[in-house]
Design a protein around this ligand. Structure first.
Ligand SMILES: C[S@@+](CC[C@H](N)C(=O)[O-])C[C@H]1O[C@@H](n2cnc3c(N)ncnc32)[C@H](O)[C@@H]1O
Length: 448
């Protein structure tokens, strides 16, 4: 509905319609709970003297940067809007706010979001989940002072504010999953100039400080957007400022988007959908998702697809979900299936590939259980093939030689082996094998 350009214009008809939709449909009164706020700002919407976060902005940020049904963390919850929009869009929202009054006012508007009252600096480490998106809007220094509380950022001097904001950003970052986005709305605030405490009113640098704080812990600054607020107030008071000391009235806020990990993987997971392929036991949403997750330098989506449809043994664990390639069983040893002699010598390390090839071709009775078979007679998956391998491993592994004779209750690969074991001559063994009196002495046929 609104194009993802770096300037988001809240003055457009679509934007306002969407905003009204949220406020009227869900009875969002995000201005409630902050009645004691002392606001120095003259630029917010005229309707209330406190800043009210925009539901349309919430909707866009969640739509663009959060996987379906994802979990959203907000260390400075403020009013109800970010929570209600999140829950009504099917996300799980956890918001922390120091102000008891604020939390109460929010909970009256909706019971769906999970609001925690407390100092985010302390509460964040108590959270045990991982989140798919951090989206928040801290106090802008003392532009709005929300309370006298010692932990209230809006109540701190600039250096303590910066230190505490950084800790809260860091702790929020630790709660964010890998390959996810982190969004924070800030704005520049000028040094106040009061009687007897003249200041030139320079900006305090909240925007660039926030960027460095986020980058300090490994997040990458990824999208830089501005929220174009209404000019109504600015045009009312701006002229005074401009004429007096060329201060440009700010009619925007900065929406800073950072990424933790890989934005390509994050985007694939935001788009979501059914898993397309499974590689080495891990499912991926698309071939591209797999390529970037496994090795973005060496793999591309088409190569992942090629490997998934390949029948080569080395790609047996690269599969398209629902179109799994199945092994082409051409060899068996006893009832253990193999696609190639190479697979056999991978399993029976003391044998070489050419030895395995020879045994399959051999007519010797002791290799009678090494057989070539028709692939059409073996309709099994790679997993089933490996399960049979593991079973035979547990049962002592594949026997290279097949017993060819039975002497009483013992079986032997050859007459020589039996003779040595029984301490008699080979001739004696053969006599007993032919002697019908020795019913449990016989030649074995393991060919089937
Ligand atoms: C209201 S928001 C910022 C304004 C923004 N326009 C909005 O509506 O979201 C700032 C919130 O941070 C809260 N806050 C201040 N210090 C805090 C802290 N240490 N931990 C958690 N919340 C805090 C305040 O109570 C306030 O509700």
């Amino acid at each position: 509905m609104i194009t993802p350009f770096s300037v988001l214009d809240t003055r457009t008809k679509e934007w306002k319609q969407r905003k009204d939709y949220w406020i009227t449909t869900y009875g969002i009164q995000s201005e409630l709970g902050r009645e004691d706020t002392e606001s120095k700002s003259q630029f917010w919407d005229s309707s209330s003297n406190v800043s009210v976060f925009d539901p349309t902005l919430c909707e866009l940020m969640y739509e663009w940067f959060v996987p379906k049904g994802g979990k959203i963390l907000d260390p400075f919850a403020g009013g109800s809007v970010r929570g209600i929009v999140a829950e009504e869009m099917g996300y799980k929202y956890v918001g922390i706010d120091l102000s008891h009054k604020q939390i109460k006012a929010n909970q009256k508007q909706s019971s769906k979001p999970f609001w925690i009252q407390g100092d985010a600096d302390k509460q964040l480490f108590l959270l045990n989940d991982d989140y798919d998106f951090v989206f928040t809007c801290p106090p802008y220094y003392d532009l709005e002072v929300y309370s006298e509380h010692k932990d209230d950022l809006s109540n701190l001097n600039v250096s303590n504010f910066d230190a505490k904001l950084e800790r809260i950003i860091y702790k929020s970052y630790t709660k964010l999953k890998e390959n996810r986005f982190f969004g924070i709305v800030v704005s520049e605030v000028r040094e106040p100039s009061t009687t007897g405490n003249y200041s030139i009113g320079n900006y305090r640098g909240l925007v660039h400080k926030t960027i460095s704080m986020c980058e300090r812990y490994g997040m990458k600054f990824y999208n830089d957007m501005v929220l174009f607020n209404s000019q109504h107030q600015a045009s009312r008071v701006g002229k005074t400022y401009f004429d007096r000391n060329r201060k440009i009235p700010s009619v925007h806020q900065n929406i800073l988007i950072f990424v933790k990990g890989n934005p390509d993987i994050a985007t694939e997971e935001i788009k979501g959908g059914e898993f397309e392929c499974e590689i080495e036991g891990k499912k991926y949403l698309t071939f591209r998702h797999a390529a970037i997750s496994i090795n973005p330098n060496k793999l591309v989506a088409s190569e992942v697809k090629r490997r998934c449809i390949s029948r080569k043994t080395k790609y047996k664990n690269w599969q398209i979900i629902g179109e799994e390639t199945r092994p082409e069983i051409k060899y068996v040893i006893g009832d253990i299936p193999f696609e190639s002699p190479l697979q056999v010598c991978d399993m029976i390390e003391e044998l070489t590939e050419s030895q395995c090839r020879n045994y399959f071709e051999s007519n010797a009775k002791k290799f009678q259980h090494w057989k070539r078979v028709e692939p059409k007679d073996w309709n099994i998956s790679y997993k089933e093939m490996e399960d049979l391998w593991n079973l035979s491993d547990k049962a002592g592994g594949v026997s290279i030689y097949s017993e060819t004779i039975q002497c009483g209750d013992k079986k032997f690969i050859s007459v020589n082996e039996a003779a040595k074991e029984c301490g008699v001559s080979g001739e004696r063994i053969r006599q007993k094998l032919k002697d019908s009196n020795y019913i449990d002495w016989k030649y074995l046929d393991n060919s089937n």
